[in-house]
Ligand binder design. Structure first.
Ligand SMILES: [Zn+2]
Length: 332
C-alpha cells in the first residue's frame, strides 16, 4: 500500500497531471548527479564487525569502554569537532548506576542551511530476552544489527564528510543507553532511549540545535532464513524498511523525501507501507520540535537474541541506507 501520494513530475513544467488533451508532457529528468562521495559498503561492514569484535557493548563492560575509545578516535580522524556528554544512570534492566557517554561530531559547521542530526545508538542490550531458548535470555545481545549497523553506516558517512564536506552542517550523534529498557520499568520511557533523552534535555551549549534528524537503527539485516530463531511474529526473512509510525506522523515530508530518493536509486528495502510506532532515539527530538524520522527494520528475526551477529547481517543493507543518506545530504 502506498501511504503517500507520488509527486507529480509534470507539475513544474506547468503541464497538467491529468490525462487531458494536448501534446504529451515531457517528463522531467532526475537532476544531474552532483559530486558526492560513494558509500563503501564493505568498509562499513568492516566497522560493523570491528564493533562486535569488542564484545557486547553493555553497560559497565570493558567492551563498552573500548568501543567508546574506538568511536571517539573515528570521529576525530574524520575531522569532526567532537563533543562528548557523560552521564550516569540506572537502566530498565539494572538498578545499579552505570557510566554512559553520548558522542557527537560536528561537520561543516560554517556551511549555510539547516542543521541535520544523524543518529544511531552504540550500546548493545544486556539481556537477550527475545531468544527462543530461555537459557540464553540472561546473556547479552551481540548487537551486530541492533547497534553496530547504524553506527557503521554513520562512520562510513563520516569518511565521506572528510573527503567532501557536506553542503550543510551535519552532526553525527552516537547515543549510549538506548537499548537497556525494561518492560514495566518505572523509569522515563521505561528505561529505553536514556541517552537520547538526556541529550535532547541537555543539549551542549557549543553545538547548534538541529532542524532535522534522521535516525538509523537495525539497518543491517540479511535475507537469509535463520533456522534457530525461525520467523517470530512481525518479522520476515528479508530486509525491509516500512515507514515507522512516529516518523510518518511527525515528519511526513521528510519521510517522503527520503523514501523518494531511495526509490529513485532502486533501493527497494524502503517500502511505502506503514510500520509500527517505535520508542527510539528520534522520539525525544520529535517531542522537542525537531522534524525527525527513524529508518528502522522492525523487527528482524534475530532481534534481542544471541544470534544478532555479523553472520546475519549484510553489506548490501548498509549500502541501501547509506547511499540514500548520501544522496539526501549531497543533492537529493
Ligand atoms: Zn534493541
Amino acid at each position: 500500500m502506498r501511504v503517500l501520494a507520488a509527486l507529480c513530475v509534470y507539475a513544474a513544467l506547468g503541464a497538467s497531471c491529468g490525462s487531458g488533451g494536448g501534446p504529451a508532457p515531457v517528463p522531467i529528468q532526475p537532476p544531474p548527479a552532483v559530486e558526492r562521495p560513494a558509500f563503501d559498503a564493505q568498509r562499513a561492514f568492516d566497522d560493523l564487525e570491528a564493533q562486535c569484535d569488542f564484545g557486547a557493548r553493555v553497560p559497565g563492560s570493558d567492551a563498552h569502554d573500548r568501543c567508546l575509545q574506538f568511536l571517539l578516535q573515528r570521529l576525530t580522524d574524520a575531522g569532526a569537532r567532537v563533543v562528548t556528554q557523560d552521564f550516569s544512570s540506572a537502566t530498565g534492566l539494572s538498578e545499579q548506576e552505570h557510566d554512559f557517554t553520548n558522542l557527537l561530531g560536528l561537520f561543516a559547521e560554517d556551511a549555510p542551511g539547516e542543521v541535520l542530526l544523524l543518529g544511531a545508538h552504540w550500546d548493545s542490550r544486556a539481556r537477550a530476552d527475545e531468544d527462543p531458548d530461555p537459557a540464553n535470555r540472561d546473556r547479552p545481545v551481540p548487537g551486530a544489527n541492533d547497534g553496530a549497523s547504524g553506527v557503521a553506516v554513520l562512520l562510513e558517512l563520516t569518511r565521506a564528510f572528510a573527503d567532501i564536506p557536506p553542503p550543510r552542517p551535519v552532526i553525527v550523534a552516537l547515543f549510549d543507553a538506548e537499548d537497556q529498557g525494561g518492560y514495566g520499568s518505572s523509569l522515563p520511557n521505561s528505561g529505553w532511549i536514556i541517552g537520547s533523552q538526556r541529550l535532547a534535555d541537555d543539549w551542549p551549549d557549543d553545538l547548534p540545535w538541529p532542524d532535522q534528524m534522521i535516525l538509523v537503527d537495525l539497518v543491517g539485516g540479511d535475507n537469509e532464513h535463520n533456522e534457530r530463531v525461525g520467523t517470530p511474529p512481525r518479522s520476515n526473512d528479508h530486509f525491509d524498511l516500512p515507514i515507522e509510525g512516529n516518523s510518518l506522523e511527525n515528519a511526513p515530508n521528510l519521510v517522503d523525501q527520503v523514501w523518494s530518493i531511495a526509490e529513485r536509486l532502486g533501493h527497494d528495502a524502503f517500502e511505502r507501507t506503514p510500520g509500527r510506532h517505535i520508542t527510539d532515539d528520534h522520539v525525544p527530538f520529535q517531542r522537542a520540535g525537531v522534524e525527525a524520522i527513524d529508518i528502522i527494520e522492525f523487527v528482524p528475526p534475530e532481534w534481542h537474541t544471541i544470534d544478532d551477529t555479523p553472520e546475519h547481517c549484510s553489506p548490501d543493507s548498509l549500502l541501501q541506507v547509506g547511499d540514500t543518506l548520501l544522496e539526501f545530504i549531497y543533492g537529493g
